[in-house]
Design a binder for this molecule. Structure first.
Ligand SMILES: Nc1nc2c(ncn2[C@@H]2O[C@H](COP(=O)(O)OP(=O)(O)OP(=O)(O)O)[C@@H](O)[C@H]2O)c(=O)[nH]1
Ligand SMILES: [Mg+2]
Length: 705
C-alpha cells in the first residue's frame, strides 16, 4: 500500500510523516521546507508513506510543486492523506476540492487540532465528512493525537459518495466528457479531474482534447461571459464557502498573540531596526561573547592535548616524521577547526530559533518590497537565512521561487551570506584584530553581505536577469513557541555534520598540507618552510593577493584557495602553516611573532575576510549551484563572477583600510574614486540604453532574445 501526504505548504505534512514513521525529516515554520520527496514506512505496518513538497493546487508553478504532482499522477498512490491546516480551512480546501476529483482514496487530516480552541475555532468533523463526501480525521501531528484513528482509516474502503461542486450544467458536461473519455479508453484514471481540465482548456492535457469536447464546452461557454478556468475556480470557492458555513464556527478571541507580535515585528518604523538588532545579537552572542570566552580555553586544551600526543608518540619510539604528521599536521589542522564548535552551537541555535518561531517569514515579508524592486522576491530571503547555517540547503531552497530569473539570481547570491563554515574565519580574524569589537565586526560582515546582495541583484536584474516577475509573499505562518526537541535535533545534526567534516575532508587536507610543507620538490624532508613545495606553489601565485594583503603572502594565498574544498579549511591550513614557522606566540598561535601571518594588519584581515566571504563557495555548494542552475556554462559564469567580485571588494577594502590605518587617506582620493565609479556607472547605463534602443528598432529582436 502506498500512502501520499499531500497538502499546502507549512500545514504539518513532514511533522505527521515523522510521527508516522519515526523518522527525522526536516520541519520548519515557514512555507517550502520540504523540496524533495521522502519515503518511509508507517510504524507497525508495511505501508509505504511519502512526504511531498507543499502545493496549493494540482497545477504546478515551481519545481518542487511539480515533484508533488508527478508523484500523484505517475506513482499512483493507493491513498492520499490530505493534510489541512484546520486553522486556515478555507485556503486549504481548494486543493482538497481538486484531490476529491481524482479516483484515488482521499482522507482529510485536519491538523493543528491542538490550537483550534485557543483560536476560537470549532469544526464539526462529522458534518465536514458529509459535506465533502470523504473521511475526515482531526489530528495533531505535533502532539501526536488522533494518529491511530488515521492509520486505521487507511485500511478501510472508501465508501462515502463525493459531492457535486459545480452548477448542474457544468456537472452534466463533466459526466458527458467522462463518458467520452471512458469510451475511448475504458481503463482511463481520474476521468473527472481530466474532464475539468479539458473544460478549462489546460494545455497540459491537450492529448485528451477532441473536437467533440471542444464543441460541447464552446456551447456552454456562451452562457457564461468569462473563461472556464475562472468559472471553475469561482464555483470551487463558492462550494468551500458553503462547506465552511455549515461546519466551522468562529468565536471571537480577545488577544491573538500572532497579531499582537506582528504589530511590533512588522511595524513600519521599528521592524527594520529590530531585524538589525536581532542579527547583530546573533553574531554578538556567537562570535563576540561566546568566542572571547571559549577561544583561549579551547586553544589551551588543544595545546595540552597535542603536547600529550607528541610525548606519547616519542615515548613509544615513533620517528620524527610521523610525530610531525600527527602533531603539526592532523592535530593542528583538525583542532583549529574543532575549536569553533562552541560558537557554532550558538549560531545554529539562533538560526533554528529564527526559523521555527516564524520570525524568518516576517523578515521575508519585511524585505519583500525592497527585494521586488531589485528583481528578487521576498522568498529569496529564506534561502539567505537558511544559508547562514550552510549554503547547500540554502541554494536548494531556491526551488520555492517560481520565476526562473529570480531563482537563478538567488542561487548565485546565496553563497554571499556568511555560512557556518565561514564563521571560523570571521571569528579568528575579528577575535584577534578587533578584540572587544569582534561581535560588531562579524555583524558588520553580515550586513555588508546583504548590501552587496542588494547592489548585485539590482545591477544583475538590469543587465542579465531581466524577466523577474514581481511575485509577492502571500502567506505568513503563525508564530509558534520553539519546539525544544526539534531545536536540539537541528543543532545536534548540524554540529555533528561539522565535526564529521573536520574528521574527513579537513583531516585529509591537513595531511596533504603537512606533506607539501614538510617536503621540497626534491622530496627532502625537514627543509626550511620557505623551500617547501607549498611555499613554492604559493609564491608563484601570491601576486594575485598582493592588492588585498599589501604583500606577497604565500601562506594566506594557498589557504584562501583551499576554501574551495571547505571554508573551514582556510583556518585549518593557516594553523598547520603557522605551526611550521619558528616560534608560535602565546594565545595567538596563528598571528604571533615570526609566523608567516604576523604581517597581517586590521585592514588586510578585514579584506581577507571579505575575499573569503564572497569568493566561490566550497565544492559542496558549487555542486548544489550546478544542480539548481542546470548547466556548466552558467555555473562557470557564476563562479567567475563571485570570485572576481570578491577580489575587487577585498582590494578596495584593503586600499581604503590601509590608508586609514596609516593616516594617509585623503579626501581628494575618495572624491576621485567616487568620480571614476560614477563615470563607469554612466557608461554602463548608457550602453544598456543604447542596446535597448537598438533592440527596439531591430527586426530580429524577438528571435534574438
Ligand atoms: N501547533 C501545532 N503545530 C504543528 C502541528 N503540526 C505541525 N506543526 C508546526 O507547523 C510547522 C510546519 O510543519 P512542517 O511539518 O514543516 O510542515 P510541512 O507541511 O511539511 O511544510 P512544507 O514542507 O514547507 O510544505 C512547524 O513549525 C510544526 O512544528 C500541530 O499539530 N500543531
Ligand atoms: Mg515538509
Amino acid at each position: 500500500m502506498k500512502v501520499a501526504l499531500v497538502g499546502n505548504q507549512n500545514s504539518g505534512k513532514t511533522t505527521l510523516f515523522n510521527c508516522l514513521t519515526g523518522m527525522n525529516a526536516k520541519i520548519g515554520n515557514w512555507p517550502g521546507v520540504t523540496i524533495e520527496r521522502k519515503t518511509g514506512t508507517i510504524k507497525g505496518t508495511n505501508y509505504e508513506i511519502v512526504d511531498l513538497p507543499g502545493i496549493y493546487s494540482l497545477s504546478p508553478y515551481s519545481t518542487e510543486e511539480e515533484i508533488a504532482r508527478e508523484y500523484i499522477f505517475k506513482e499512483k498512490p493507493d491513498v492520499i492523506i490530505n493534510i489541512v491546516d484546520a486553522t486556515a480551512i478555507e485556503r486549504s480546501l481548494y486543493l482538497t476540492t481538486q484531490l476529491l476529483e481524482l479516483d484515488t482514496k482521499v482522507i482529510v487530516a485536519l491538523n493543528m487540532a491542538d490550537i483550534l480552541e485557543k483560536k476560537g475555532i470549532k469544526i464539526d468533523e462529522k458534518n465536514l465528512e458529509e459535506e465533502l463526501g470523504t473521511k475526515v480525521c482531526k489530528i495533531s501531528a505535533l502532539r501526536e493525537t488522533g494518529i491511530n484513528k488515521l492509520i486505521s482509516e487507511i485500511k478501510k474502503g472508501d465508501k462515502l459518495k463525493r459531492k457535486p461542486i459545480y452548477d448542474v450544467e457544468i456537472e452534466y458536461l463533466i459526466s458527458t466528457i467522462q463518458g467520452i473519455l471512458h469510451s475511448s479508453d475504458s481503463k482511463i484514471r481520474h476521468s473527472r479531474f481530466l474532464s475539468v481540465k479539458l473544460i478549462e482548456e489546460d494545455e497540459r492535457f491537450d492529448k485528451y482534447q477532441t473536437q467533440e469536447i471542444k464543441h460541447m464546452t464552446g456551447l456552454l461557454a456562451k452562457k457564461y461571459d468569462t473563461d472556464f478556468e475562472e468559472i471553475i475556480a469561482t464555483q470551487r470557492y463558492n462550494f468551500i464557502e458553503k462547506v465552511r458555513e455549515k461546519t466551522v464556527i468562529y468565536k471571537p478571541v480577545k488577544d491573538d498573540l500572532s497579531d499582537k507580535l506582528d504589530k511590533i515585528f512588522l511595524n513600519k518604523w521599528i521592524a527594520f531596526p529590530i531585524f538589525v538588532v536581532i542579527m547583530f545579537l546573533v553574531y554578538y552572542l556567537s562570535v563576540g561573547i561566546i568566542g572571547s570566552n571559549t577561544v583561549d580555553m579551547v586553544s589551551n586544551i588543544m595545546d595540552s592535548f597535542s603536547e600529550w600526543v607528541g610525548n606519547t608518540l616519542q615515548s613509544i619510539g615513533t620517528s620524527e616524521v610521523i610525530n610531525s604528521l600527527v602533531v603539526d599536521g592532523i592535530i593542528a589542522g583538525v583542532g583549529a577547526v574543532l575549536g569553533f564548535v562552541p560558537q557554532l552551537i550558538i549560531l545554529f541555535l539562533c538560526i533554528a530559533l529564527l526559523e521555527t518561531t516564524g520570525y524568518m517569514s516576517r523578515i521575508a515579508l519585511l524585505l519583500d518590497r525592497v527585494f521586488r524592486k531589485i528583481g528578487l522576491s521576498g522568498k529569496s530571503l529564506i534561502p539567505f537565512i537558511v544559508g547562514s547555517g550552510c549554503s547547500v540547503p540554502g541554494i536548494m531552497g531556491t526551488r520555492i521561487i517560481e520565476n526562473l530569473d529570480e531563482r537563478e539570481m538567488t542561487t548565485m547570491l546565496t553563497p554571499f551570506i556568511p555560512c557556518s563554515a565561514k564563521l571560523p574565519i570571521i571569528a579568528l580574524f575579528s577575535g584577534y584584530f578587533f578584540k572587544e569589537n569582534s561581535g560588531l565586526v562579524s555583524a558588520s560582515l553580515y550586513f555588508f553581505a546583504i548590501a552587496i546582495i542588494i547592489i548585485s541583484a539590482y545591477i544583475l536584474s538590469k543587465l542579465v536577469f531581466k524577466n523577474t516577475s514581481n511575485t509577492y509573499i502571500s502567506e505568513l505562518p503563525e508564530y509558534k513557541l520553539p519546539n525544544i526537541k526539534y531545536i536540539a535535533k537541528e543543532v545536534w545534526d548540524k554540529v555533528i555534520a561539522f565535526i564529521k567534516r573536520a574528521g574527513s575532508v579537513i583531516l585529509i587536507c591537513s595531511i596533504v598540507i603537512w606533506f607539501l610543507l614538510s617536503f621540497s620538490f626534491n622530496f627532502e624532508y625537514g627543509v626550511d618552510i620557505q623551500d617547501s613545495m607549498l611555499a613554492s606553489i604559493g609564491k608563484s601565485i601570491s601576486w594575485v593577493f598582493y592588492p588585498i594583503l599589501g604583500e606577497n603572502n604565500w601562506g594566506a594565498t594557498v589557504s584562501a584557495i583551499q576554501g574551495l574544498v571547505a571554508k573551514e579549511q582556510v583556518v585549518s591550513s593557516m594553523a598547520v602553516i603557522s605551526g611550521f614557522s619558528e616560534e608560535v606566540g602565546e594565545g595567538s598561535q596563528i598571528f604571533g611573532n615570526n609566523t608567516i601571518f604576523s604581517s597581517f594588519t586590521a585592514a588586510s584581515a578585514y579584506a581577507f575576510m571579505i575575499f573569503n566571504l564572497f569568493s566561490a563557495p566550497c565544492f559542496g555548494a558549487i555542486g548544489a549551484m550546478k544542480r539548481e542552475l542546470g548547466s556548466n556554462k552558467k555555473l562557470l559564469k557564476v563562479v567567475c563572477f563571485q570570485t572576481f567580485l570578491a577580489w575587487c571588494l577585498a582590494t578596495v577594502t584593503y586600499q581604503i583600510g590601509s590608508r586609514i590605518e596609516n593616516g594617509t587617506l585623503h579626501l581628494a582620493d575618495i572624491l576621485v574614486i567616487i568620480a571614476i565609479l560614477l563615470i563607469i556607472y554612466l557608461i554602463v547605463k548608457n550602453s544598456i540604453n543604447k542596446k535597448k534602443d537598438k533592440c527596439i528598432n531591430c527586426p530580429y529582436s524577438d528571435s534574438c532574445k
